[in-house]
Design a protein around this ligand. Structure first.
Ligand code: OSB
Ligand code: MG
Length: 374
């Protein structure tokens, strides 16, 4: 089934986060994303979400830089191009360096379009591509922003457990917070935890990280510098807890580097950070073949991005609970008409065609009212 994209629209939106989210990189209280809408030559629309943040702390791209690249560079590469498979987008974009989140915004929208044309859900389309099945219900975890007091942290953990999250990730920005988490691990022996340092540590505190080992601590995410693979490898050799990489994984090549150097035993996979679904599937295949634990991360997505993540996270075999919490954890007003709700620690994958969610009339109208930049 072949098609052309005849219109491309971009709509920047600003959403108020219910709770300010604190990590080592920045404090986010208002999440800016952009909705991308593609119309094909038979009038079908596909949707994607541009996940870059407003500022370049977590990764180099920003909303403004990525929108510019989408409009001036990536969009025009698809003009009058006949597309037979969604995977072709990654190849077309491969001549452009970096800009993974800009690429992913368009690429994921093309996957949505293809799933709709083929009259199946994106989850099923993705599962077929990687020769596995899609699960209807996906176990999920929660990522708790950094907390500086034990009482606050303890309350956040109690609340996460009460809601049913199957794994709790705690952000850490200092050794003091690490000490609080050490106590939390003992207070909640039956909960499954991981820690995400967002590059806040150095090898100097390797012994502290070695000490925090506990049966209910499954991994430590991105303890060291964003561009480093070597020190992570040295650290991994010194501690028994699995390391997981987030910030330095932009491609399959980065995963191969991490594997070869033994920098980590787990990979936080974010579609946006690796340039979209085709690259994500290549990474999943590599990890499965080489015994790396790969799981679906998140970055405070709005409804379109959350639905896309959930389609990938639904893959049978991608079993470790991802950072894909319920909509209500993030926003009281989202961009889609439905809500992702937690039931027994799981989110259910929408059954509709493509991503299976719909923009609210307000956002759909606003998106259509923008002029196509193609
Ligand atoms: O490091 O995984 C991260 C959010 C924004 C940027 C980076 C990260 C995160 C999270 C939140 O941990 C995950 C989520 O619930 O969306
Ligand atoms: Mg992380």
């Amino acid at each position: 089934m072949s098609m052309k994209i005849i219109e491309m629209h971009l709509l920047p939106v600003k959403l108020q986060l219910k709770n300010t989210f604190v990590s080592n990189h920045e404090t986010v209280s208002r999440r800016e994303v952009s909705i991308i809408g593609l119309k094909n030559d038979t009038g079908i629309w596909g949707y994607g979400e541009l996940e870059a943040f407003s500022t370049p702390y977590y990764t180099p791209e920003t909303q403004r830089s990525a929108r510019l690249i989408i409009k001036e560079t990536l969009g025009p590469l698809l003009k009058n191009v006949q597309i037979n498979q969604p995977e072709e987008i990654t190849n077309i974009f491969s001549e452009i360096a970096g800009n993974q989140m800009a690429k992913a915004a368009i690429e994921t929208a093309v996957w949505d379009l293809f799933a709709k044309i083929q009259k199946k859900s994106l989850a099923v389309l993705i599962a077929q591509k990687i020769h596995t099945k899609s699960r209807r219900n996906v176990p999920v975890g929660i990522s708790i922003g950094a907390k500086s007091s034990f009482a606050e942290l303890k309350n956040a953990v109690i609340s996460a457990n009460y809601q049913g999250y199957q794994r709790i990730k705690i952000k850490v920005t200092s050794v003091e917070e690490l000490n609080l988490i050490k106590k939390i691990l003992q207070v909640f022996p039956d909960s499954t935890f991981m820690i995400d340092a967002n590059s806040s540590f150095s090898l100097k505190i390797a012994s502290k990280l070695a000490e925090i080992t506990a049966p209910n601590l499954v991994m430590i995410e991105q303890p060291l510098r964003t561009t480093d693979f070597v020190d992570h490898s040295i650290l991994q050799a010194r501690i028994t807890t699995r390391l997981c990489l987030d910030e330095n994984i932009f491609s399959l090549d980065d995963v191969r580097t991490a594997y070869t150097l033994k920098s980590a035993q787990a990979i936080n996979l974010k579609l946006a950070r690796v340039g979209g679904i085709a690259n994500a599937l290549a990474i999943i295949n590599f990890c499965w073949e080489h015994g790396l634990l790969v799981w679906c991360g998140g970055m405070l997505e709005a409804g379109i991005g959350r639905a896309t993540n959930l389609a990938v996270a639904s893959l049978l075999g991608l079993d470790f609970p991802g950072d894909i919490s319920a909509s209500s954890r993030y926003y009281s007003k989202d961009v889609i008409t439905s809500e992702f709700m937690l039931a027994r620690g799981m989110l259910s994958v929408p059954l509709g065609l493509g991503i299976g969610v719909t923009l609210t009339p307000k956002y759909q109208q606003a998106l259509q009212d923008t002029t196509s930049f193609l």
